[in-house]
Design a binder for this molecule. Structure first.
Ligand code: GAR
Length: 210
């Protein structure tokens, strides 16, 4: 039985999708904890109500990124995670932290990486005239929103789309994509070679949503 720790900063809808999938699909894993850098993160209540351990490491209580990351790593290590899932965890992580969890830490980003790393992805995709947008699950490396791509979901950008409308269309796909990708990592289905991730069985790593 593997242990998954999920990091959130807010709403936690991707975390919810992963918790549901893990329980309903009977993964060989348990959600050991949900950890946030904000005590006000709504998702903490969802986790606590389901008997999942929660913890808060408030980044504002630390003088430096290094000090925050050291404490965060210490708290995570206390749950002995096999897999660390960043689910709307809005902190830039130090290289030391990333290396500590390298190969077992995933992130979801609301764009088709390597396009539009960083913030305001939907507005930037609309302004660039993109006809496709989407979400990417990737292994976390020290460079923000980079790292070997595990899976992508594509959706159309529709005429007249607002950033919010596009965000909702993408988020619906994230809720399917991210649990699938986490399950692949839990079940050792992924092979990483020269920065490229392949599913061992050749299962398609792209989905198309409306
Ligand atoms: C999601 O859309 C996720 O892709 C994005 O934050 C949202 C969190 O929603 N993450 C990033 O932008 C990370 N660079 P959630 O809290 O409801 O899962």
């Amino acid at each position: 039985m593997k242990s998954i720790v999920i990091l959130i900063s807010g709403r936690g809808s991707n975390m919810e999708a992963i918790v549901h999938a893990c329980q309903q699909e009977g993964w060989p894993a348990r959600i050991a904890a949900v950890v946030s850098n904000k005590a006000s993160a709504e998702g903490l209540q969802f986790a606590a109500a389901r008997g999942i351990a929660t913890a808060v490491v408030d980044h504002k209580a630390f003088d430096s990124r290094e000090a925050f990351d050291a404490e965060l790593a210490r708290v995570l290590d206390g749950f002995a995670p096999d897999v660390v899932v960043l689910a709307g965890f809005m902190r830039i992580l130090t290289a030391g932290f990333v290396r500590h969890f390298e190969g077992r830490m995933l992130n979801v980003h609301p764009s088709l990486l390597p396009a539009f790393p960083g913030l305001h992805t939907h507005q930037r995709a609309i302004e660039a005239g993109c006809k496709l947008a989407g979400a990417t699950v990737h292994f976390v490396t020290p460079e923000l929103d980079h790292g070997p791509i595990v899976a992508q979901a594509a959706v159309p950008v529709l005429p007249g789309d607002t950033p919010q409308a596009l965000a909702e269309r993408v988020l619906a796909q994230e809720h399917r994509l991210y649990p699938q990708a986490v399950r692949w990592l839990v079940e050792d289905c992924l092979a990483l070679d020269a920065g490229v991730v392949q599913h061992r069985d050749g299962t398609p790593q792209v989905t198309w949503g409306g």
